[in-house]
Design a protein around this ligand. Structure first.
Ligand code: CTP
Length: 474
């Protein structure tokens, strides 16, 4: 039997072991901590799951009191669980149970069980490993379902028949795919088939839990692994039908268009090499979401997806709402990137003028760098000449952006002349002239006719007022 005591050096573990010995109960550390330890996978944040063949609540309370008097223990009586935070690590305690492990279920747990009962009701063999904490067996690894073998072979497999494991908690279908993406593992055939046949049962899981897993898939090193599996199993059509609809090619008059599903996944993988920003990754996933609804065939032009960026932007609030994603500035950010995602490309296809770059800078504001990252990821052409032309023009756009940004500080464009100044200067009440003058000043700055400063804008305002027949106060 493998012994891992040299890896479980945190003093809480020995304390748990000591109290368990005193109480005469067996206690183990289980779940993701053991899996990641064996994989030598570094984690920034841990929650550590502890199972005891006894009362989790009693054990947690006694361990906490021994560690530091007054250490706060949070108890979830209905679930028979308790937790405390120590050294910034969440330690969660549960009594071994015969029925399924259902952390978020409203059903109170009923029957106590042995460690083996508990392990077999867990989701995957790689998560059903346990390390004993009692002093006589401290560090012993218990592996009833050959989880270590599956870790070596990089396989996701359920300890029981997959139908049983998934019907206990259908979220596990998504978790299987999430682990496959995060760890770059394969899902065993039988387990995958069970997901295919039971995919509809995901409907009974709360949106928040589904979205939590989706976010983890999006944040994994190569998200396409997860999305291809979501598609293959039928889960994608249920949880993100808009992305499912991107799949497929059509040919008419001998003209085809690319498969926008695989294109999207390529963009998502490419961007994931450059950013861990969840919302930038969501922008990559959703950048072409309106292509299916805007798709037309024009005998002269071939396939067009006219205004798919703007239509996409409008589709986002309902998608975010349905997925319970935040409807705040995160949504606005993704909307902005989706709506602007073609601008730098179009720019780089044409001659890169100062005025076009100024307009881009003004519209993208602080998100300009993220927008450029998205656009670069969006260049997935197989034609190397095309790619290198885009990339070098892109470099030009970047240089000009830098240049102009330094000159004009347009990134957070604030009009140098406010509506109040215009009203004051021409003794005007609020009215349409104010808007006309304000946008004329903005246009003049963007076109490079005047610099972005108060004095030049003030003179421009006077001239524009004159044109409109307004008299300035002396
Ligand atoms: N578990 C389960 N079924 C679920 C959720 C969790 O069987 N639907 C079990 C697994 O044994 C899992 C453990 O509870 O390892 C802890 O769950 P969780 O903290 O969600 O996952 P981890 O495996 O710790 O992985 P991560 O922290 O990466 O989410």
């Amino acid at each position: 039997m493998q012994n891992l005591k040299e890896y479980i050096t945190h003093p809480v573990f020995s304390q748990i072991g000591k109290i368990s010995d005193q109480e005469g109960i067996e206690t183990y550390v289980v779940g993701g901590f053991v899996r990641d330890l064996l994989m030598e996978r570094k984690r920034e944040y841990y929650d550590i799951d502890v199972v005891t063949v006894g009362s989790g609540i009693v054990l947690a309370t006694k361990v906490a009191a021994a560690l530091r008097p007054g250490l706060k223990v949070t108890v979830f009586k209905n679930f028979g669980t308790a937790m405390f935070k120590f050294d910034d690590i969440d330690f969660e305690f549960v009594g071994a149970r015969r029925e399924s492990y259902q952390r978020e279920s409203r059903k109170p747990f009923v029957e106590d069980g042995t460690l083996e009962d508990d392990q077999k009701r867990r989701d995957f063999t790689i998560n059903a490993l346990a390390i004993c904490l009692n002093s006589d067996r401290f560090g012993d690894l218990l592996d009833s379902f050959n989880g270590v073998g599956d870790l070596e072979r990089k396989i996701i497999r359920t300890p029981l028949e997959p139908e049983v494991t998934f019907s206990d908690d259908p979220l596990r279908m998504l978790r299987a795919i999430r682990f496959a993406a995060q760890l770059d593992f394969m899902i065993e055939d039988k387990t995958l088939e069970a997901i295919q046949t039971q995919c509809n049962r995901i409907e009974i899981v709360s949106r928040e839990r589904v979205t939590d897993e989706l976010n983890k898939i999006i944040l994994s090193p190569k998200p396409s692994i997860g999305f291809k599996l979501l598609e293959k199993t039928g889960l994608l059509a249920i949880i993100l039908p808009e992305i499912q609809k991107l799949k497929g090619r059509e040919t008419r008059n001998g003209i085809g268009h690319k498969d926008n599903f695989y294109h999207t996944l390529e963009v998502l993988d490419r961007i994931s090499k450059n950013t861990d920003n969840l919302w930038l990754r969501w922008s990559a996933l959703l950048h072409d979401v309106a292509k299916p609804v805007t798709k037309r065939f024009d005998p002269r032009l071939g396939w067009t997806f006219h205004a798919h960026n703007f239509v996409g932007e409008k589709m986002l609030p309902s998608i975010f709402d349905r997925l319970k994603l935040p409807l705040n500035e995160k949504l606005k950010y993704v909307q902005k990137l989706v709506s602007l995602h073609m601008r730098p490309i179009v720019l780089s296809e044409e001659e890169v003028t100062d005025s076009a770059v100024r307009r881009l800078l003004c519209d993208a504001g602080d998100d300009i760098d993220d927008l450029m990252t998205l656009c670069e990821a969006d260049i997935t052409s197989k034609n190397p000449d095309k790619v290198s032309r885009f990339m070098s023009n892109f470099q030009l756009v970047r240089e000009k952006l830098k240049d102009i940004e330094e000159r004009d500080a347009l990134r957070n464009f604030q009009p140098p002349i406010t509506g109040e100044i215009i009203m004051e200067t021409f003794s005007l009440p609020p009215g349409r002239e104010i808007g006309i003058i304000k946008s004329a000043i903005k246009e003049a700055i963007l076109e490079g006719e005047i610099h972005n400063n108060y004095d030049e804008a003030y003179q421009y305002m006077l001239a524009k007022g004159d044109e409109l027949g307004l008299k300035a106060k002396i």
